[in-house]
Design a protein around this ligand. Structure first.
Ligand SMILES: Cc1cc2nc3c(=O)[nH]c(=O)nc-3n(C[C@H](O)[C@H](O)[C@H](O)COP(=O)(O)OP(=O)(O)OC[C@H]3O[C@@H](n4cnc5c(N)ncnc54)[C@H](O)[C@@H]3O)c2cc1C
Length: 375
């Protein structure tokens, strides 16, 4: 094999975007991935003609025109708009908290009525705290009650948050919820960003487009043959786990993960929306995703007589599970900084992406970071 300019470890959005730009700049690249497919966490599996987001629902959103134009130059994006619905013991509420939610919760019709209701409940929370001699919220529950009042907290925040973190809201620190945005308009669009959507034809089209003309190898773990891979390239772009790169010499970083339970159902439209959050504590899963709604709209939903859903269970991470969300607490952050100090001293390795930087990134910021590297 001719010597490579870049060996790119990981074919997720970071690795694929890097490879694309390097290839365009005339560099010789090889992309390897230990999974049996390309695309990292945005990979979709074709099940009954439906693109199933195998590693969790992915919705691209950004206000950055350069990023939006770039991804659309690879594949056009559709007009999917994320507007999740919350199910609390069979009662349905629109999210994010907006006039539709307040109407469903209290029967109020105007912003003035909704504001008055929220203010009344926030004042109650404040009084309770003052009566207990508490000046600052001591935990997430007190913080949320101060921000949105009892009804929204109990029906839409408490159970969902406890399932996500695996702990009671009274045992979680207040700082986790700095804001709980409320909108006094009838607007169910979850994101405030200017652009959002899903690649037409699915995320695999985006990854295949980025990697067009570039050599790739799946089922190939960098660590299984590290010396060889290090010997064939001038530079390595590493998007795997930074602690693994250094043989876990300071200890292992921790993550939270999500377990997915997928089901094919013999009906064309199971829940009428891509995302339904189950906000009651006694329902074990946090969300149900119905994948076809990301890419089929209106009557087209009925073109396929079946559907695929995924129930999501937020889970403690153990070795062998997918490392999804870094736990950026003090212990893990200081451990990461030890690894980062080693990484900063490397001259031939670029560490990038969510695992190598031990930081949660949405997709658009990942693309933005790589575009900036190549400017
Ligand atoms: C559950 C979930 C839902 C999300 N939803 C959204 C969303 O709705 N919108 C949004 O903008 N973002 C979302 N994200 C974030 C999005 O997934 C990330 O921004 C994106 O995946 C980051 O890409 P990456 O290349 O850094 O990482 P990854 O996609 O994880 O890619 C890393 C790749 O490296 C490979 N690799 C690791 N180690 C090795 C090794 N030793 N040898 C070879 N290959 C290796 C892995 O197999 C993987 O393919 C979500 C993330 C999660 C976890």
């Amino acid at each position: 094999m001719d010597r490579l300019d870049y060996l790119i470890v990981g074919s997720g959005l970071y690795g694929a975007t890097f490879a694309h730009l390097a290839h365009k700049a005339g560099k010789r690249c090889l992309v390897i991935d230990k999974r049996p497919h390309l695309g990292g966490n945005v990979y979709c599996e074709d099940v009954e003609g439906i693109h199933v987001h195998k590693y969790g629902a992915h919705i691209f959103h950004t206000s950055n025109k350069e990023v939006w134009d770039f991804v659309n130059s690879i594949v056009p994006f559709n007009r999917y708009t994320n507007s999740p619905v919350a199910n609390y013991h069979g009662e349905l509420y629109n999210l994010p908290f907006n006039m539709n939610t307040f109407h469903q919760m209290w029967g109020v019709n105007t912003p003035e009525e909704a504001q008055a209701k929220i203010e009344e409940q926030r004042a109650e929370a404040k009084e309770t705290m003052v009566a207990a001699g508490v000046a600052e919220p001591r935990n997430l529950e007190e913080q949320a009650l101060l921000l949105v009042g009892r009804d929204i907290y109990e029906k839409l925040v408490k159970g969902y948050t406890e399932k996500q973190w695996g702990r009671a809201c009274t045992d979680l620190p207040a700082f986790i919820i700095k804001r709980l945005p409320v909108r006094f308009v009838y607007d169910n669009n979850y994101f405030n960003d200017k652009y959002q959507g899903i690649p037409e034809g699915g995320y695999n089209k985006l990854i295949d487009g980025l990697l067009e003309g570039i050599e790739t190898r799946t089922d190939t773990d960098f660590f299984a043959n590290r010396e060889y891979w290090e010997s064939i390239a001038d530079k390595i772009v590493f998007t795997g786990k930074i602690d693994e790169f250094y043989g876990y010499r300071f200890g292992k970083l921790e993550y939270r993960t999500v377990r997915f339970e997928n089901e094919i159902l013999p009906c064309p439209n199971y829940q009428g929306n891509a995302v339904i959050n189950y906000t009651a504590r006694d329902v074990p899963y946090t969300r149900v995703i119905e994948h076809k709604h990301f890419e089929s709209f209106g009557q087209a939903v009925y073109d396929n007589p079946c559907t695929v859903i995924s129930r999501e269970y937020s889970t403690e991470w153990k070795d062998g599970m997918e490392p999804f969300y870094p736990v950026n607490d003090e212990k893990n952050n200081s451990l990461y900084l030890k690894y980062k100090a080693l990484a900063d001293a490397e001259s031939n390795v670029i560490f990038g992406g969510r695992l190598a930087e031990y930081k949660y990134y949405d997709m658009a910021p990942i693309v933005d970071r790589v575009l900036n590297l190549w400017k």
